[in-house]
Design a protein around this ligand. Sequence first.
Ligand code: EPZ
Length: 430
Amino acid sequence: MDSIRIRGGKPLNGKIEISGAKNAALPLMVASLLTEETLTLSNLPHVADISTLISLLCQHGAAAVMDGQMTGSGSCSGRSLSITAAEITNTEAPYDIVRKMRAGALVMGPLLARVGRARVSLPGGCAIGTRPMNLHISGLEQMGAKIDIVGGYMEAIAPNGLKGAEIRFEPASVGATENLLMAACLAEGTTVLENAAREPEITDLVQLLRQMGADIEGDGTDRLVINGVRKLHGTQYRVMPDRIETGTYAIAAAITGGTIELTNTSADLIKSVIEVLIEAGAEVVETETGLIVSRTGPTLNGVDLMTLPYPGYPTDMQAQMMALMTIANGAAMITETIFENRFMHVPELARLGANITVHGHSALVRGVDQLVGAPVMATDLRASVSLVLAGLAATGETVINRVYHLDRGYERLEEKLAACGADIERITGS
Ligand code: EPZ
């Protein structure tokens, strides 16, 4: 298993080009199942989850071509992917894929809408929480599907097709909104999704579906109205920039006391993160292609924050901001409201000398003068990158083990950070 070695304590200065958003690209790719024509996506990130989803779509019968090269072997080059699901030959999404990548379960709505059946593995729990599927299931049932849980699989049929329905999500769920949105595009009649998630990745999906011929109103709000159409068609679409990668590298500048220009992105995508960064003492300047983040002052201030659905502070940026707060003056109370178990990074940050006490859903971070490098263990994607950030700020050597989590969602992380002066290398394991 690979690990990453960092010799920290150096300010990072330079430019980082932000990749396309993994969490936008995955549902956009799944939308290819809604049409027999070709969907071409550009600005795709090179991360492991994208390759995993390509294999899933291919085993449903889709053909995938990456920049002119067939991707059957899982190896891929280029950033443009054409997917053609001319025929759905298999409606099963197996446990082996869905347990590794929960976004695999998004095929359920599109498969039901297109061919009236789907057998999709339950994703199971994961490091950050139990993550149930009840909202996906009950929404599709309200649209006329019959779903049984058999042997760990959701066995769904819609013998009379899907019908429009009024569906309310509680709590708001990104994945359930995406699943139901896609299903509703080909359902008969009108579907209303209430308390729908408003994350920018949902807006990206609405825009793509509209380009494919869907009739959707209300994007950017918590009420989506979808009038079903008989068919969708192929199109070309550019994946939005990754707002979580943007925020992560913004914190890399602040935590190391350097200046990093982030390009191919937009400050608008991470307003809530920028607010905290500025309150903590960083400077942020918007540019035409993104933003410049710097911290020239010697110290940072502790800032309280609470994760919330968009436009609130993102849960996917909680661990990274906690890393920053470990070296801020005073204390910061960080409250996680989206997932019940998303403090797995706390004991690992403590190994670097951080002073953090967890009380239920809140973590009280008391800033220390200096973190000191140590071997640590990555537990999930965002926890892993918080350890990278802490390692960049720490003196001495930090070795982060189990970095396959990072490879799921950060493209060429070591290369991007090294280009800004980080002393970081991957140690290839057996
Ligand atoms: C998406 O997960 C993201 N994943 C997550 O990013 C992100 O943390 C999360 O949204 C919240 O922003 C992708 O986009 C691929 P949810 P998702 O359904 O859709 C509860 C990362 O690091 N819930 O919005 O699975 C759930 O338990 C990942 O990139 C139900 O109760 O999240 C949670 O408390 C991790 N029943 C809340 O809703 C359901 O049926 C929000 O989860 C579904 C969800």
